[in-house]
Design a protein around this ligand. Structure first.
Ligand SMILES: Nc1ncnc2c1ncn2[C@@H]1O[C@H](COP(=O)(O)OP(=O)(O)OP(=O)(O)O)[C@@H](O)[C@H]1O
Ligand SMILES: [Mg+2]
Length: 443
């Protein structure tokens, strides 16, 4: 058979499947006009043209709610149970939409998918303080966090940009006996050493020009609570020594002051690179690493847990739907395939940005592949992006990353905040990477 000779009904079925997943078209009398290949795969048997749809879906027993809705010409979302080969049952979700012509149902569009079984099983999705996953390594992280949080142990979170380090820090705080106390966060890469010191430890009045009044500093503000030290590996050496002293003595000495002030703070630190490696390179004090790294947890990047992409996509689409600008009823299978292929150097944050982009670019109830940002759909680019994931050390593929950053800056007309959004990283991370890559940044 020549490819060009595929019958129109078959082409229509394929087109519908690419937009809406496994689908059947019925005539007004509920007989099958066409069924896409995914339907046969879900049902485990061929679906003959002309067969009665209720019979095909429900066998001899007629599924009442669905059959009644179809008879009444009403749209419905329902569930039918289908036996697997091993005899166990699985739930199929059926969405039936009447195709109204001149006020009457001229036919039906039935979209099918397998109802995710959320009960138990190693792949079942879990939610942990705003973090969703079905990945075994992530679940293990949650288990460790749950236990460690109750004790006052310092936690060190390692993960790429956008992988959820801040969510983890907040979860540890929320699960700890300090939950009612303050949660404070500071990015150790964002400030020059002198400013960072007074932000951390405070300063006395007149400590330096412009120190018009006393400043408590974030350590004292976090008293009886949790302090999140983000990008801790970037801390300048002289401050590493001071931080170590604070952790050992449980006191801070404000800049320009002489008297130590007692502080009671639980530390959660985060880093995108291995702290051990930073120690080996002589950039980080070993003694401080041992203080911070009592409970080390590693958040795997999104590309290492591809099963989470669909789960997170559904979750983020729900969130974006709730914002109300547009209602996406369905993510086209091609969209999901592209999202699952892409290596996500900016992890969940980048996924969220890509979906936000697609929400704005496209319209209607289906999220289409063509509406995704170009870097997500262009596979040749994707490999390059994976090789230059934002967290790759500059010596490994730094220059393609510089190009990637430059492209994003171009697209954002030089606007750093928008460029960071496109790249799926925080503004601070973008700034740091530009500095590490010795890129001009004069804004
Ligand atoms: N497992 C997850 N489930 C749901 N949302 C997530 C998950 N992981 C991350 N997110 C979301 O992704 C975004 C980035 O997370 P977060 O700010 O914690 O990342 P990060 O590791 O601190 O990144 P950076 O290093 O750039 O600061 C947030 O919007 C967060 O809500
Ligand atoms: Mg963060």
């Amino acid at each position: 058979m020549s490819r060009a000779a595929a019958p129109a009904a078959r082409v229509t079925a394929l087109a519908l499947e690419s937009l809406a997943g496994p689908t059947m078209l019925l005539d007004g009398a509920l007989r099958v006009l066409s069924a896409s290949p995914g339907v046969e795969a879900l049902l485990g048997e061929p679906v003959p043209t002309g067969a009665l749809a209720t019979r095909v879906l429900c066998g001899q027993s007629v599924d009442r709610p669905i059959a009644e809705a179809l008879a009444a010409g009403r749209a419905i979302v329902g569930t039918v149970m289908r036996p697997r080969r091993d005899g166990s049952l699985r739930a199929l979700r059926v969405r039936a939409t009447p195709l109204v012509d001149d006020g009457a149902a001229a036919g039906w569009l039935l979209a099918l998918d397998e109802q995710p079984s959320d009960g138990g099983g190693p792949d079942a999705p879990t939610r942990f303080h705003g973090m969703l996953t079905r990945d075994a390594a992530m679940k293990q992280v949650f288990h460790v966090l749950e236990r460690a949080a109750r004790r006052d142990m310092p936690v060190l979170v390692r993960g790429e940009t956008g992988a959820g380090k801040e969510l983890v820090a907040r979860a540890v705080h929320a699960l700890s006996p300090r939950a009612k106390g303050p949660f404070m966060a500071i990015n150790c890469a964002a400030l020059p050493a002198s400013l960072l010191e007074s932000e951390l430890f405070g300063h006395v009045k007149g400590a330096f020009t412009g120190a018009l009044r006393e400043h408590a500093g974030i350590f004292r503000s976090a008293d009886r609570g949790t302090l999140f030290l983000d990008e801790v590996a970037e801390m300048p050496p002289e401050l590493q020594a001071k931080l170590l002293r604070v952790l050992e003595t449980h006191t801070v000495i404000p800049v320009g002051g002489t008297d130590p002030v007692a502080v009671n703070v639980r530390i959660v630190a985060a880093t995108h690179q291995s702290l051990r490696r930073a120690v080996e390179l002589g950039r980080f004090r070993a003694d401080l690493m041992y203080r911070l790294r009592v409970v080390p947890v590693f958040l795997p990047p999104l590309r290492a847990r591809r099963g989470d992409v669909a789960l997170l996509t559904q979750h983020l689409v729900d969130e974006l739907n709730a914002a109300g600008e547009r209602h996406v009823a369905r993510v086209a299978p091609g969209t999901l395939a592209a999202l699952t292929r892409y290596p996500w150097p900016g992890n969940v944050r980048e996924l969220r940005n890509a979906l936000e982009y697609a929400f704005v670019i496209g319209e209607g109830p289906v999220l289409n592949e063509a509406d995704l940002p170009p870097e997500v759909t262009a596979p040749e680019r994707a490999e390059e992006t994976a090789a230059t994931a934002v967290n790759a050390p500059p010596e490994l593929g730094g220059s393609p990353e510089a190009q990637r950053i430059e492209r994003a800056l171009e697209r954002a007309n030089g606007n750093r905040t928008r460029a960071a959004k496109i790249l799926g990283m925080s503004r601070v991370t973008l700034w740091r990477r530009m500095r590490e890559l010795a890129m001009a940044h004069d804004a």
